[in-house]
Write a protein that binds this ligand. Structure first.
Ligand SMILES: [Zn+2]
Length: 199
């Protein structure tokens, strides 16, 4: 498996990044950590887990991410981990939220609590992979609703893969609206931008 290597802390892409989303208005994530390149064999395991739920695979992938995080800079002052929620209907269809399954062993390894209650995906968004980039942000606006007060908290969003970053950024915006003072994102893998890593 290939590591992303020298990644931009803002977006998790390998450097040099020609268009880091971080300086743009509306990028709500302090630091993205996604240690692996989304390619074979990791992509196959992540895809398989989505459509053939396997708690064992979720645990294996979560432990893999935990180990990779331990090799990096220690994350201090993190109050909670927030797995990207699925819409209730999709959760019932699948019976499984892969982000939650990855976050569980991470929570155990880091000693950080999982924050799941009150974090909702309120519109059943179309799979991002079916949409063009300009449709993605519209599709995700107000996709998440947070009940509760996160005032002053530093939270980390956990997902399996970061593609454009639109999903985690929409959740980060909602978490900040609920009072979170800092939001980071951890994912197993980062999808290379169109045209490959070197733009
Ligand atoms: Zn960047």
């Amino acid at each position: 498996m290939r590591s992303v290597g020298d990644a931009c802390a803002g977006c998790g892409l390998a450097q040099p990044v020609s268009r880091c989303p971080r300086p743009d208005r509306g990028w709500c994530i302090g630091k993205v950590t996604a240690p692996f390149v989304y390619e074979s064999p990791l992509d196959a395991h992540i895809q398989a887990m989505k459509f053939r739920p396997s708690r064992a695979m979720g645990r294996a992938l979560g432990l893999l991410l935990a180990e990779a995080l331990q090799r990096g800079e220690p994350e201090e002052d993190v109050h909670a981990l927030v797995p990207v929620p699925l819409h209730r209907r999709r959760l019932i269809e699948r019976g499984f939220n892969q982000a939650f399954e990855i976050a569980r062993p991470l929570a155990a390894a880091t000693g950080k609590p999982l924050l799941v209650r009150g974090i909702h995906r309120q519109v059943n968004t179309q799979p991002q992979s079916l949409l063009a980039a300009h449709e993605r942000s519209g599709n995700l606006r107000s996709a998440f609703r947070i009940r509760g007060n996160l005032k002053g908290m530093t939270v980390v969003i956990v997902d399996d893969v970061i593609t454009t970053g639109a999903t985690v950024n929409a959740l980060a915006a909602a978490l900040r609206e609920a009072g979170a003072s800092e939001v980071h994102a951890w994912a197993l893998a980062r999808v290379a931008p169109p045209g490959g890593w070197r733009q």
